[in-house]
Design a protein around this ligand. Structure first.
Ligand SMILES: Nc1ncnc2c1ncn2[C@@H]1O[C@H](COP(=O)(O)OP(=O)(O)OP(=O)(O)O)[C@@H](O)[C@H]1O
Length: 863
């Protein structure tokens, strides 16, 4: 990087000083405007209150954006042929004359900064990168793109008075420096070094579905998050109202990425894991892979529809109802069938159509009563009284409810899993007997991870749309807990099924009352947090209380509140959907996701080669055509920014077997350090660093005798602990992941905790189980524990012990991969899991194993 005597530094420092002083001015002004609005009691008219609140919200959001821009306010400049210079930064700024002095990286004019090349300089002579620390310029790097016509053959750098040296740093130097920096446990923004192919994707049109496909480390996640920030900038009005939903595979992953958008000044997004996409349920428990696969199968939509129809019954023979103890009324099969047909034709969901069904049958029963009383001579009011009397009669109610009961999603799913007759009827031609058995097995409950919230299905709500019955239905609220109340642990794979059921059943009770309460509480909590932040920013904490300020935000709907709302309302229509690790999404989950974004404006990020799901599709068309037809476009990223060449060479062998013919991404750098294989339990009890010849894959642990297994496990754990400590000493301040098959997680964690607790931090303490809240919770990832019981706080520690599932999308300076043969023997696509695990490191990879290495890792042997 440039020396301190570089004259360019002084010039850029002067400009940066000017930018920061303007930032301070604008921030002070905004702060004082906000203070004034908040302290102003106003005239008290409704209009003045609303106006004041709108102003307050606008000022507060602007202030938050200005504060987020403090770090790396400006990171580049571009010189054009006409000699004009434009500075690019985190936000746009204008001087007092309203002349632009800094351009937001997302503005159209900034496109050239990212996309200009020597071959296509886009009117630029030079792209300048600024390295800053706090408010100080510490380095300058230039990409010379062309010689300006008015400069008489001088290079752009000549214009600064400095001669270009052969080893002058360039944008590539800046990129490599960023990629080689120690990891912090959190993804950061990459606006200073975005590459042209990434920038094009970020700015792509948002009206249809864009798939960002690419191998590990190609920046897919980074691009998706920057695209969210770009869309919030270019389509703010639309997305402020509707929000952006970002779905990531695990709470750990959401925690990993939760700083990126705030660092770009954007907060109006909802983060969710698949287990949290149904209001009122926070599922983290998982089913066995085979069960989850069948639950995610598209055919489950037909199964659920059949299960709902099964609750719309016809009596075998005429029903006799004793009304008011003295009158016998009759409902024959044909009458009920007619009512059922009408109700079904109403095209309302089950609980709404129930009202049509009830009306038909009550009309019939009313006619019978009227005939019996008066030979049919009653006026309308009297008929209405008769009908009310029938509805109020528990005997009548019981008979009608039995024919078309109100059902909640939780009840429907619970019955499907537990009632073999219902299951058999609902799946008659849809699932094989073996698949049905798996569904019933799902009933046995979930494994791994913390419990999802119980889901009670007893409190009915009015289904609306019919005055008479709305009133009658309202009268029965709140209902006492009924027999058949559901209180089970839902798994992640149950969530799309609950949502599908809610769609078929209509406004479900738990989706209305419980979710409305949860929503109100969350919105209030968000308002309070927001108010506290604003008071903090203004130094008004002692003068105004957060409660008062929060109340003032209730009038105009803030962007954050739109986001909060969307998080708890299954009928909320998000303006844009972003799905990370999209290759793992099951067909049933896709159905849920598209319901959340009916406009089908989406960015989907994934790598089919990393798909762990058995039977995962092999093309995006296979995944998307059923949902969006041909309204999708695939963009590929090809450069691996994360994994060094030496590690990628090993991973490429795995890819070649996992997906024959697939091209691995090209690593942008090498580190001069080959991955190692360490064999545990070698003679003398010492871990033995080995160069092996491949050979047959070792027997998986499950195949060994218990004594062998115990010995091997003890040796393995010892070797992992020793190697982790050695690696920690070697990499200094960076982060390490120990990636292992789920069964070995507790033993490895416990052993590391015994020997080197400081490496695991608070997240590694086995006694500290239980609910934790933190930034992840704030980001919408409230379930602190993940698929394999991993606490999202692991990212704060120097060493994270993770399953492959939880390591998805993350990266570390060093990775210790434990017993790869176990991954290959697992129930998921083992080669894909191995590929994911191998590609998490930015610097060093060590494989620790007990038996022979799988042949696919032959390269390690030759290392
Ligand atoms: N232009 C860039 N400048 C600096 N860093 C970059 C750039 N592009 C990508 N990176 C970094 O490369 C790493 C990998 O990016 P990212 O996690 O988005 O990849 P990915 O394609 O989602 O990987 P995976 O499929 O393995 O999850 C991240 O640390 C990211 O910040």
């Amino acid at each position: 990087m440039s020396s301190t005597r570089d004259p360019r530094l002084a010039r850029e420092q002067a400009y940066l000083d000017l930018l920061y002083s303007r930032l301070d001015e604008v921030s002070d002004l905004t702060r004082s405007q906000l203070r004034q609005v908040l302290l102003d009691v106003g005239t008290g008219t409704p209009q003045s209150v609303v106006e004041r609140d709108v102003f307050a919200a606008t000022h507060a959001e602007r202030l938050a954006r200005l504060e987020a821009a403090e770090g790396r306010l400006c990171f580049g400049a571009m010189d054009r042929f006409d000699g004009a210079r434009t500075y690019i930064g985190r936000i746009g700024l204008s001087d007092v004359e309203q002349e632009p002095i800094l351009v937001d990286w997302r503005a159209p004019v900034a496109t050239a900064f990212y996309q200009a090349t020597l071959a296509d300089p886009r009117g630029l002579t030079r792209r300048r990168h600024l390295r800053t620390k706090g408010r100080e310029v510490t380095g300058v790097a230039d990409d010379l793109l062309a010689v300006g016509p008015g400069e008489g053959g001088r290079t752009a750098q000549d214009a600064d008075g400095s001669a270009p040296a052969a080893d002058t740093p360039t944008g590539d130097t800046m990129l490599l420096d960023a990629l080689s920096a120690p990891r912090t446990g959190r993804m950061g923004d990459i606006i200073a070094t975005l590459q042209a192919e990434q920038d094009r994707i970020i700015r792509a049109d948002a009206r249809s579905v864009l798939v960002v496909d690419g191998g590990p480390g190609t920046g897919k996640t980074a691009v998706a998050l920057h695209r969210a920030a770009y869309l919030l900038y270019t389509e703010r009005a639309r997305l402020e109202r509707s929000g952006v939903l970002i779905v990531g595979p695990s709470p750990v992953f959401l925690r990993y990425i939760d700083q990126v958008l705030p660092s770009l000044g954007e907060t109006g997004v909802v983060f969710a894991t698949p287990g949290r996409l149904y209001p009122g349920v926070a599922a983290t428990a998982t089913d066995p892979v085979a069960v989850a696969t069948i639950k995610g199968d598209e055919r489950m939509a037909a199964v659920l529809a059949a299960a709902v129809r099964d609750h719309q019954r016809l009596p075998r023979r005429t029903i006799e109802i004793l009304h008011d103890d003295d009158r016998v009324l009759r409902l024959d099969r044909d009458t009920v069938a007619r009512a059922r047909t009408r109700a079904r034709r109403s095209r309302r969901p089950h609980n709404g159509a129930r009202l049509v069904f009830l009306r038909e049958l009550l009309d019939e029963l009313t006619s019978q009563v009227v005939k019996q009383i008066s030979g049919g001579l009653l006026d309308d009011d009297e008929r209405a009284d008769v009908r009310d009397g029938l509805w109020a009669d528990p005997v009548v109610r019981r008979e009608l409810d039995a024919l078309w009961p109100r059902v909640t999603p939780a009840q429907l799913l619970d019955r499907l899993y537990t009632d073999p007759n219902l299951l058999a009827r609902a799946v008659a031609r849809t699932l094989t007997p073996a698949e049905q058995a798996l569904l019933r097995r799902g009933e046995a409950g979930a494994s791994g991870g913390a419990a999802g919230s119980g889901d009670r299905g007893a409190a009915p709500a009015g289904t609306g749309g019919d005055d008479l019955f709305s009133a009658l239905e309202a009268a029965e609220r709140p209902a006492p807990p009924r027999r058949g109340q559901v209180n089970r642990v839902w798994t992640v794979a149950d969530v799309p099924l609950l949502d599908e059921a809610a769609e078929l059943l209509g406004d479900p009770d738990e989706g209305s009352r419980a979710a409305a309460e949860a929503r109100a509480a969350r919105e209030r909590a968000a308002e309070m947090r927001y108010a506290e932040d604003v008071l903090e920013m203004l130094g008004l904490a002692g003068q105004l209380d957060a409660e008062t300020v929060a109340d003032r935000w209730r009038g105009p709907r803030r962007r954050a509140s739109a986001a909060e709302h969307g998080a708890t309302d299954r009928e909320w229509a998000f303006g844009h959907l972003i799905v990370d690790e999209a290759q793992e999404v099951s067909p049933m989950l896709w159905r849920l996701l598209w319901r959340r974004c009916p406009a089908r404006s989406a960015t989907l990020v994934g790598d089919l080669a990393q798909a762990a799901r058995p039977g995962a599709p092999t093309s995006w068309a296979q995944i998307l055509t059923p949902h969006v037809g041909d309204r999708f476009r695939v963009e590929r990223l090809t450069v691996n920014y994360r994994t060094p060449r030496e590690i990628m060479d090993v991973a490429a062998d795995v890819l070649a077997v996992a997906v024959p013919g697939a091209t691995p991404p090209e690593s942008v750098r090498s580190v001069g350090e080959k991955p190692l294989a360490i064999r545990a339990g070698a003679p003398g009890g010492q871990a033995d660093q080995q160069r092996l010849d491949g050979g047959p894959a070792d027997r998986a642990w499950a195949d060994r005798s218990p004594a062998d297994r115990d010995r091997a496990e003890a040796a393995l754990v010892d070797a992992v602990v020793a190697e982790t400590i050695r690696t920690a000493g070697m990499i200094g301040e960076g982060r390490i992941a120990v990636i292992t098959a789920p069964p070995a997680l507790p033993a490895v964690r416990a052993a590391l905790w015994r020997v080197a607790p400081e490496l695991l931090g608070a997240a590694g303490n086995p006694d500290a189980d239980g609910a934790r809240t933190g930034a992840g919770a704030r980001a919408g990832a409230a379930a602190a524990r993940s698929v394999d019981g991993t606490n999202a706080d692991v990212l704060d520690a120097r060493v994270a012990v993770l399953s492959v599932a939880d390591s998805k999308g993350l990266e570390f300076d060093a990775v210790l991969l434990v017993e790869p043969a176990e991954l290959l023997a697992g129930p998921t696509r083992g080669l894909a899991d191995l590929y994911v695990a191998l590609t998490r490191a930015t610097r060093s990879l060590t494989v620790v194993h007990t038996g022979e290495l799988p042949p696919v890792l032959g390269q390690l042997a030759a290392a």
